[in-house]
Design a protein around this ligand. Structure first.
Ligand SMILES: NC(=O)c1ccc[n+]([C@@H]2O[C@H](COP(=O)([O-])OP(=O)(O)OC[C@H]3O[C@@H](n4cnc5c(N)ncnc54)[C@H](OP(=O)(O)O)[C@@H]3O)[C@@H](O)[C@H]2O)c1
Length: 264
């Protein structure tokens, strides 16, 4: 079953109250899906459900407030979603955040926060969702990482650590989950205009609108390829950067740091 095929099951999206997750929820509703939308703030989720209700399309949004760092609450939410709404056919683990880090003034708390939300928040969702999906030998899981996980980038020591870790985790799990009948995908966006990137004070190459990103995201969920990337041209550039030997990469990275210092 593809993500947009008709079924009794639902798509669960974490981090769906704003930004990329919200745009994806609306795109999937347009494509006829029932989307369970999670984030901590209930008000924005209710607004999303109201907006989805007036869209053309046979889908809907079911708001489901949840903090992904609360393990018992996540396990209970998966159980209740499956009993009240229907089997989760696709889980999009998108909740995440960013804190810039300057290596010269490192604060351990920044790392703890990002590891808690971006990594442990994802893993706490994976445990109950994999149990439910393996029991029926069917399901798709898409973990949102980032193109910034390809290589250590300036000011992203903590964020890049979490996103590189998620990419590695998904690579590790894809063949194992395939044996259980599940599809594991990793989603690596470039820059998308969201409340998260609105805080950035540097030029963002190939910046995408969330609606365009959501279409590429939803198309990727209809395929069985491992990696979903957008925008493609930026992804190709970063894949090239990823392959550069250190003796060429570090002078370039040093230049990016210098530029940022001058801009401050
Ligand atoms: N935007 C980009 O350019 C870009 C690029 C690459 C990767 N990404 C990744 O894409 C994902 C979405 O990014 P975005 O730009 O849309 O971010 P955003 O605008 O900051 O939205 C983040 C979403 O996550 C939710 N969230 C945060 N902490 C949570 C928690 N503990 N439990 C449940 N929900 C939580 C937020 O709602 P509440 O605060 O109400 O919980 C919100 O709905 C993130 O994983 C991000 O790292 C984004």
């Amino acid at each position: 079953m593809t993500v947009t095929g008709k079924s009794n099951g639902c798509v669960w999206i974490t981090g769906a109250s704003q930004g990329l997750g919200r745009a994806l929820a609306l795109e999937l509703v347009r494509r006829g899906r029932t989307v369970v939308a999670s984030a901590r703030g209930a008000d924005k989720l209710n607004e999303l459900a109201t907006e989805a209700a007036i869209l053309q399309g046979s889908g809907r949004v079911v708001p489901w407030a949840l903090d992904v760092t609360d393990g018992p609450a996540v396990a209970e939410a998966v159980r209740k979603i499956e009993s009240d709404v229907g089997p989760i056919e696709t889980a999009v683990l998108n909740a995440g955040t960013h804190r810039p880090v300057d290596g010269r003034r490192l604060k351990a708390e920044d790392f703890r926060k990002l590891l808690d939300i971006n990594v442990m928040g994802t893993v706490l969702c994976l445990e109950p969702i994999i149990a439910a999906m393996t029991a029926r030998r069917r399901g798709r899981i898409a973990v949102v990482a980032s193109l910034s996980g390809y290589r250590g980038l300036p000011s992203a020591a903590a964020y890049g650590l979490t996103k590189a870790g998620l990419i590695n985790m998904c690579e590790s799990m894809r063949p194992e989950l395939a044996l259980a009948g599940l599809t594991m995908q990793v989603v690596n966006p470039g820059f998308v205009r969201t409340p998260l990137t609105d805080k950035n004070d540097f030029p963002m190459p190939f910046l995408m609108e969330p609606e365009d990103a959501a279409r590429a995201f939803a198309d990727g969920l209809e395929s069985d390829r491992f990696e979903i990337v957008f925008p493609r041209r930026f992804a190709y550039l970063l894949k090239l950067l990823q392959r550069l030997p250190y003796r060429l990469y570090f002078p370039l990275a040093r230049h990016m740091v210098k530029d940022r210092e001058l801009a401050e």
